[in-house]
Write a protein that binds this ligand. Sequence first.
Ligand code: IMP
Ligand code: MG
Length: 184
Amino acid sequence: MDPADMGDDLERVLLSEEQLGARLDEIAAQIDADYAGRDLLLVGVLKGAVMVMADLSRRLHSSVEMDWMAVSSYGAGTTSSGVVRILKDLDADLTGRDVLIVEDIIDSGLTLSWLLANLRSRGPASVEIATMLRKPEAAKVEVDVRYVGFDIPTDFVVGYGLDYAEKYRNLPFVGTLAPHVYGD
Ligand code: IMP
Ligand code: MG
């Protein structure tokens, strides 16, 4: 899909496919350098991290393993509660492994801080985080993120894995939606 396919549903493109790709080139080079000579296990968080995982992993110069987790936040509201339920657990045993969590976006950081503690309890050699996007709100929770693609404003964004009501994940860019899409 390109911006024209969105018609008037698109408010604006925040990050183009080219911008995302150029930043991933830089992050992949850092990861290659940081993990030289080590066997890396990438852990993607479904469903949003699918695009980042595919594009980041293909830029690495060493062969990595990939595994996936699906989690959901408990709680009544639409905001993240920090209480997390595992919908799909990893296949891999993390004992002694160098683990890199690959995420689409960190908003409150609650989901990720829970995930970090959960994975660290499994005896890995190391656990770090790579996220394509981070909202300033994330600074409110202590999550040490090793690799960040872009810090973005607090506005709700879609595309590049991120959805609104399960749609727009397959946009190759990150953008904001026009108000009428939300039913206003
Ligand atoms: P949190 O960091 O615990 O608040 O949860 C982050 C999760 O909320 C992400 O993995 C996304 O699934 C979702 N999320 C946060 N901000 C956005 C957004 O702007 N667009 C789409 N999903 C978002
Ligand atoms: Mg996510």
